[in-house]
Design a protein. Structure first.
Length: 344
């Protein structure tokens, strides 16, 4: 993670407030923070014990009085109070001045409601942002961060697979022509693995174990070399710890349903795309980004199902925050791509 230099720190921040991770871009510095969106709370007094990476390490390992909370679910705020505490902690970590309020750009999913968007703006304001808080839609930010020519009169298709939502959008002339936001993404892949292991082996595994299986063994297309790994968990019948062998084919079977839902959302969006833009996409290809783009074989599966060329963004995990940062650096030129909270 980049070190923070208080003297060089500008007043402006761009935040990718993600279900799985929160990333912050500081004007003139680049990405200065990348931490899990997790807070460990002492339930006796509501005080945060740890935030970010430290809190994630505690998941599934806490005593009764400490609870680990992920304040965002499906790309939107599920626990407002905890989200505001987490944001405040992260902002204070990277923003040197206690007295000046930073100008802020925050990403939101494209399918977000007005109430959910207002909650994001309120959380940012309570955490110390200067009014108004600028809002940019995630697919637009991801497209800018993936170096797509969003201002040109040609069809650009972006598929951003995050932790809570998959954002699919076709962008032309600096605007979203058609978009779909489905609440199937990284978290659903983890949950699918948990349920598969439970059903097939009567074994309970934790969220972190499921995530590790997804990262190291998950795939959306047959692998050149299939692997087997031992998975540890708690036997649901005896209640004792047990180890079972798990193959990459079994993990692929576990992930089949959510992966199909993601592919279907791309096909649905293509179906709604005007013919001229569809022809451009056929030529330029579909851009995959977000953590889900790292799933082995996903680009081959997507290419096979859509018949389109598939590209993966240079830095899939950072595309959204880099795109928001570029919007922040050129805030006047990019104003048309963003919406405001309150009056400017």
């Amino acid at each position: 993670m980049a070190r923070t230099n208080p003297l060089a720190l500008g007043r402006d921040l761009a935040i990718d407030l993600g279900t799985a991770n929160t990333l912050i871009y500081a004007r003139g510095q680049g990405v200065v923070l990348n931490e899990p969106s997790v807070v460990a709370i002492d339930i006796t007094d509501g005080r945060p014990v740890a935030v970010g990476l430290e809190a994630k390490r505690m998941m599934g390992r806490t005593p009764g009085r400490i609870k680990t909370i992920r304040p965002l679910k499906d790309g939107v705020i599920a626990d407002f109070e905890v989200c505001e505490k987490m944001l405040r902690f992260f902002i204070q970590k990277v923003h040197a001045s206690r007295w000046s309020k930073p100008r802020m750009v925050i990403c939101v999913p494209s399918g977000i409601t007005g109430v959910e968007q207002r909650a994001v703006q309120d959380a940012a304001e309570y955490a110390g942002a200067r009014k108004p808080v600028h809002i940019i839609e995630e697919p637009m930010a991801a497209a800018i961060g993936s170096d797509m020519p969003v201002h040109e009169p040609s069809g650009n298709m972006i598929v951003d697979i995050g932790g809570g939502t998959t954002e699919v959008a076709v962008i032309s002339l600096g605007g979203i022509v058609t978009a779909q936001s489905v609440r199937v993404a990284g978290d659903e892949l983890d949950e699918a693995i948990t349920q598969y292991v439970k059903k097939e082996f009567s074994l309970a595994i934790g969220d972190r174990t499921a995530e590790e299986i997804k990262i190291h063994m998950g795939s959306a297309w047959p692998l050149d070399e299939e692997l087997t790994a031992d998975v540890r968990g708690r036997d649901l019948i005896s209640g004792l710890p047990r180890t079972v062998p798990l193959t990459t084919e079994q993990v692929r079977e576990a992930l089949a349903e959510p992966v199909s839902a993601i592919v279907d959302s791309v096909k649905t969006t293509l179906d709604k795309t005007p013919p001229e833009l569809a022809a451009d996409i056929m030529h330029q290809g579909i851009m995959l980004t977000g953590g889900g783009a790292l799933l082995a074989g996903l680009e081959r599966r997507m290419g096979h199902e859509t018949g389109m060329p598939i590209n993966v963004a240079p830095e899939p995990l950072l595309s959204v925050v880099i795109g928001s940062g570029r919007a922040l650096e050129n805030i006047d030129a990019m104003r048309g791509l963003m919406s405001l909270g309150g009056d400017d």
